[in-house]
Design a protein around this ligand. Structure first.
Ligand SMILES: Cc1ncc(COP(=O)(O)O)c(C=O)c1O
Length: 403
């Protein structure tokens, strides 16, 4: 997980030499600096933000992975812009679409780059939910695209403020981005929300990388590909099989034949320019999706267990867990109270937890929460660490509030 980078005016020595779009803030924020200092000092650190599945003690069938990657057919280079038919068919099955409508990419992040190139000219806008995944700003900026946020509102459950989305549409808006389940709120897109977005008549980019991970039943959940207009639904090995290092993602193109076929024809040129998905992973994809279901099951068990633990641990305490429909994250809310050096906002809470308890959690501002006091923890964290860390977090918040 990145903590996002804002764009900055370049230092004088770089002015005129580089593009504006690559001018990101390179200094670490105070929390990341404090964490690095703690690591360097050798002081204990309990990381409650573990989101790299390959380092979370999950079950992987290593032999099956290595066998899948050893197909000698990958020794011959056969460039295919959308990917090998067998790999496309396997990816399409996960999205419930026809293989002809499925395009392989090297990652979901790359899929964003291709879709922004397909839909936007430099200076165009894409509407994106707030709060959500911090890397979107960077992915858009690097394509010369502006992200215009629309709010997710919380009133006991998260939902899209459809009136605010409609108000955010401007003359240069080219698409609406939805993330379902959202990272980090865990909100799943509802059928009524999808219908409301579809009425705006813009292409929808639906990030469904966390779709296999539901934390509770959502009877009126929407599948973005069911929208009547042009939709690009994203999935990938990174989350579906817990294999981000394999670098394979996909775009499922939904919508009426005419615009969908035109989109595919243009995407084919974009994909043919990069040809970025490696042959070994393309050959391995069907087997990886099949054999690593045990890993996905392990992730489901882990995130549900950790969510149940944090909900129980916060009951009767000053810390609240916001309800989530799915995904790998829990959003906690700590009260805004007066600490030793002023009001505790979410950054101050995260710094306090780091310095006093050796706990690393993400402050809500990394994700652009509208209100203060949110802390984000990863439900992928190994349970022993998660339980120890959550107990310490809850105790610290209660102690500060009682003081
Ligand atoms: C919502 C969301 N979309 C996309 C990605 C990136 O996925 P990939 O590894 O396929 O680029 C992430 C990574 O955490 C994510 O949280």
């Amino acid at each position: 997980m990145s903590d996002g980078r804002s764009r900055i005016a370049p230092p004088a020595s770089e002015r005129g030499l580089f593009s504006r779009r690559s001018g990101f803030e390179r200094r670490l924020n105070p929390l990341t600096r404090a964490r690095a200092a703690r690591r360097a000092s050798g002081a204990p650190l309990l990381d409650l933000t573990v989101s790299n599945p390959t380092r979370a003690g999950l079950p992987y069938d290593g032999a099956a992975i290595c066998e899948a990657l050893a197909d000698p057919a990958a020794l011959v280079y056969r460039p295919t812009p959308f990917g090998r038919p067998e790999a496309r068919a396997a990816a399409a099955e996960t999205m419930g679409c026809s293989p002809a409508r499925c395009v392989l990419t090297a990652s979901t992040s790359e899929a964003y780059g291709w879709l922004f190139k397909l839909l936007c000219d430099p200076g165009d806008e894409v509407l994106a939910p707030r709060p959500s995944y911090p890397l979107f700003d960077q992915l858009a900026a690097l394509e010369g695209v502006r992200l215009r946020p629309y709010p997710l509102r919380y009133d006991g459950a998260w939902h899209i403020d459809l009136a605010a989305v409609a108000a955010a549409v401007g003359p240069r808006t080219r698409a609406i981005l939805v993330v379902s389940p959202n990272n980090p709120t865990g909100q799943v897109l509802r059928a009524s929300e999808l219908a409301g977005l579809a009425r705006l008549g813009l292409p929808i980019i639906a990030d469904e990388v966390f779709a296999p991970y539901r934390l509770r039943p959502v009877p009126d959940a929407a599948r973005a590909l069911d929208a009547p207009g042009l939709v690009f639904a994203l999935g990938g090995l990174s989350k579906f099989a817990g294999l981000p290092q394999m670098k394979a993602g996909w775009i499922a193109v939904g919508g009426p034949p005419k615009p969908a076929e035109a989109a595919l024809a243009r995407l084919e040129i974009i994909a043919d320019t990069w040809l970025s998905v490696g042959a070994p992973v393309q050959h391995a994809l069907p087997a990886l999706l099949r054999t690593q279901q045990a890993t996905a099951d392990g992730i489901r068990r882990r995130v549900r267990r950790n969510m149940a633990f944090v909900q129980a641990a916060c009951r009767g305490s000053a810390t609240t867990v916001l309800p989530a429909d799915g995904g790998w994250y829990a959003v906690l809310r700590a009260p805004r109270v007066l600490g030793p050096v002023g009001w505790l906002d979410d950054e101050a809470w995260a710094l306090t937890l780091l310095e006093s308890d050796g706990l690393y959690v993400q402050p809500g501002f990394f994700y652009d929460f509208e209100q203060d006091g949110h802390l984000v923890v990863s439900l992928l964290t190994p349970p022993a660490d998660f339980e120890d860390g959550v107990r310490r977090l809850v105790a610290r918040v209660d102690r500060v509030c009682a003081a």
